[in-house]
Ligand binder design. Structure first.
Ligand SMILES: Cc1cc2nc3c(=O)[nH]c(=O)nc-3n(C[C@H](O)[C@H](O)[C@H](O)COP(=O)(O)OP(=O)(O)OC[C@H]3O[C@@H](n4cnc5c(N)ncnc54)[C@H](O)[C@@H]3O)c2cc1C
Length: 307
C-alpha cells in the first residue's frame, strides 16, 4: 500500500515495525505500517486518514492484553501515546480528564499524590486508559466502570462525540467498544473521583503491589489469559487440570499462577496458542467448562481483506 507523502502525518509513518517490543509479552510479528500519535487530535486524524485511504487500522495501547500474530499485521497500527491529563478539584470530588493513551498506573499514582481516591486498584494494571475502558479492566474490587463519567470518542462518521457511562455497556471485562470494535475509537475520558487521604491511598497501592508480587509471576506475560468462568477461577481450573508448568518452547503456563502464560525469551505467538488450546481442551475434558479468552489475538489480515 502506498502512503501519500503530502499528508502531515506521513513523516511519522514507519514501515515493517516489530510490535513485539510494544507488547508486554514481547511476542509478535511486524506492523505493515506503524504510526505513533501524541494527542487525541492526532489519534482522530490518523483514524480518519486510514479510513479515507480504505486501510485497515488497529489501535495499540500498551499491548498488555494482546497477542500479535507471528506473521504480522497488514494495514496501519496506530500506537496511542496521547497522554494529557487535567484535574479539576471540587469540594468533595475531582473531575479527572485524561487522554486515552495515558498509562493507567501513572494516572493512578498522579491521583494518589493529590489525595484522589477510586483509582488505587489501577496502579497495578499495566495498560493505557483506552485499553482499560475497552476491556473494562479491573482489579482488587475496582474497575473502570466505577470510575468513568463519560468517554469522548471518534465516530464512524469521523466526528467527535461523547458517550455517558450508561451508554458504554460495561460488564465483566467487556464494554460497548469491545463488543463492537469498529464503532468508536476512544479519544479521552472524564472520571469523577472522590477525595480521600493521600497516605491511606498510598498504603492501599503498596498493599496491591505486594499482593501481585506474591501471587503473580514476574516477566513477560499478558496478564490473565482467560476470564474467570461464573463461580470459579480460570487459574484454579488450569492448575487442577495438571497444567501448571506445562511448556511449549519458551512459552510456559506459569507455575506461580496458572492463568498467566509466560514468555521466557524466545516464545512465539504460535507457542502461546498451543498452550491456549491445550488449556481449553484439558479443562473442558476434565471439568466441562469452556474457558473464554480475556486477551485478544491480532490475527494476520491479508492485504486483499483490507477495506
Ligand atoms: C502483568 C499484567 C497484569 C494484568 N493485570 C490485569 C488486571 O488486574 N485486571 C485487568 O483487567 N487486566 C489486567 N491485565 C491486562 C491489561 O493490562 C488490561 O487489559 C489493559 O487494560 C489493556 O490496556 P492496553 O493499553 O495494554 O490495551 P492493548 O493491549 O494495547 O489493547 C487491547 C484492546 O484495546 C483496544 N484499544 C486500546 N486503546 C484503544 C482506544 N483508544 N480506542 C479503541 N480501542 C482501543 C485495542 O485495539 C485492543 O483491541 C494485566 C496485564 C499484565 C501484563
Amino acid at each position: 500500500m502506498a502512503f501519500p507523502t503530502s499528508h502531515p502525518l506521513a513523516s511519522k509513518l514507519q514501515q515493517n515495525v516489530s510490535l513485539a517490543r510494544f507488547t508486554s509479552a514481547r511476542i509478535g510479528g511486524t506492523a505493515e505500517w506503524y504510526l505513533q500519535v501524541e494527542s487525541a487530535t492526532e489519534l482522530a486524524e490518523a483514524v480518519h486518514f486510514a479510513r479515507n485511504l480504505g486501510w485497515h487500522y488497529r489501535i495499540l495501547g500498551a499491548g498488555s492484553n494482546l497477542l500479535v500474530s507471528d506473521s504480522g499485521i497488514a494495514g496501519l497500527t496506530i500506537h496511542n501515546r496521547a497522554k494529557t491529563v487535567h484535574i479539576e478539584p471540587g469540594a468533595q470530588h475531582a473531575l479527572v480528564f485524561a487522554e486515552s493513551g495515558v498509562y493507567l498506573p501513572a494516572l493512578a499514582r498522579q491521583c494518589a499524590l493529590q489525595g484522589i481516591a477510586g483509582l488505587a486498584w489501577a496502579a497495578t494494571v499495566p495498560g493505557t486508559l483506552g485499553g482499560a475502558i475497552f476491556g473494562n479492566a479491573g482489579a482488587h474490587g475496582g474497575d473502570m466502570a466505577q470510575c468513568l463519567r463519560s468517554v469522548q470518542v471518534f465516530t464512524q462518521e469521523n466526528t467527535v462525540g461523547e458517550l455517558a457511562l450508561a451508554d458504554l455497556h460495561m460488564g465483566y471485562r467487556t464494554s460497548r467498544f469491545k463488543q463492537n470494535p469498529p464503532e468508536f475509537v476512544i479519544l479521552s475520558a472524564q472520571m469523577l473521583l472522590p477525595f480521600g487521604s493521600a497516605e491511606q491511598i498510598q498504603v492501599e497501592i503498596s498493599h496491591f503491589q505486594e499482593y501481585r508480587k506474591r501471587t503473580q509471576p514476574p516477566g513477560a506475560t499478558m496478564g490473565s489469559m482467560f476470564k474467570n468462568p461464573p463461580g470459579d477461577y480460570a487459574g484454579r481450573l488450569i492448575e487442577a487440570a495438571g497444567l501448571k508448568g506445562y511448556r511449549v518452547g519458551d512459552a510456559e503456563i506459569s507455575p506461580v499462577h496458572a492463568n498467566f502464560f509466560v514468555n521466557h525469551g524466545g516464545a512465539k505467538t504460535s507457542d502461546i496458542q498451543t498452550l491456549i488450546n491445550q488449556a481449553r481442551q484439558t479443562v473442558f475434558e476434565k471439568f466441562g467448562v469452556q474457558l473464554e479468552l480475556e486477551i485478544e489475538i491480532w490475527q494476520e489480515i491479508k492485504p486483499e481483506n483490507c477495506i
